[in-house]
Ligand binder design. Sequence first.
Ligand SMILES: *Cc1c(COP(=O)(O)O)cnc(C)c1O
Length: 396
Amino acid sequence: MPKPSFHPTRALPYGRQHITEADVAAVTAALQSDYLTQGPTVGEFEKQFAAYVGAQYAVAVSNGTAALHLCALALDVQPGQRVITTPLTFAASANCVRYCGGEVHFADIDPATGLIDLGQVRKLLEAHPKGYFAGLIPVDFAGLAVNLEEARALANEFGLWIIEDSCHAPGGFFIDSQGQEQRCGNGNFADLAIFSFHPVKHIATGEGGMITTNDEQLFHRLLRLRTHGITRDPADQIHESEGGWYMEMQELGYNYRLPDLNCALGLSQLARADEGLARRRQLADRYDAAFAEAPGLTILAPGRPGHAYHLYVIQVADRKGLYDFLKTRQIFAQVHYIPVHRMPYYEGLGWRAGDFPLAEKYYTQCLSIPLFPTLTDEEQDYVVACITEFLTENNQ
Ligand SMILES: *Cc1c(COP(=O)(O)O)cnc(C)c1O
């Protein structure tokens, strides 16, 4: 393999935001409007985002972690309650249970997809009396949708709620048993779904997040919890109104609101979401083709329909070697994820190396390589050439 003749003029991270003139104009307009915090842009962003994922309701919040926390509160997670999630995720998916004093349990992954293995979830559920577990938090890892129809059947059988962590998958879908596309976050199977608008995700608002649901009661509860537990709606109040100023704090809530400024950026980004998603899929297809025959390299879940490609993950034996080599070429790959149960905090709660061997093995080999809508074909070819060079030199 000849050394690449093209050299990119910028460093290539595994993901990056895309800010256009239209985005800048949208934020400027919001800055010059009457509202900086809770104006009409918040509701418009919520409405359009709900339509995008196919859900009835959406609640904009400060970030994806706040979204998870509010979901756990709205579902009344209590101290000691047990909730199952995947070890292969960002820590926040599990932490939201801990915020409410709940106990986090894990089920190992399916190594072919990186998703929580619902067969393992069933085993765990069957090993305990009904009622032992309260909920399930599946994660649409890397952008690949969990089959929530199957998860719902399991949840119904064992009396669980479901929070879908869809931070990686706006626009992603799975195909249900009727052959229908089921979009991530559409609320047809999960009680609640959450998204993040951190710049590395599909849609950037700076910090930001969203909860989607089809459950009207949960929707109203989330609105109240997002703003200190306060309601201004006379129809929902416990005491008689005492005048125009009257409001009630009915439960302990938080300030987890997303400002107008951020929502203006989100709206502008959302208008290009399909474009960005199409480019991600196109780049993933190009990687799939380039690596199809690469010796010593495995592609995670190649060519799956509905994949939203937040991450493009490859697996190699000498992961650290490849990571370090790419760095010398200005390619900043990343590892997703160190399994949550291996974090010292979770080890302090009793989890150990060896508890989830498939997630642990996956971790030793995985690498997320550059994938973002503004990555050019030439830059991508350079990434492929560098990886191929490393593999060739290390297989001899
Ligand atoms: C990014 C992310 C979160 C947290 O979102 P923030 O907006 O950064 O708080 C939660 N879960 C997953 C899977 C994520 O990728």
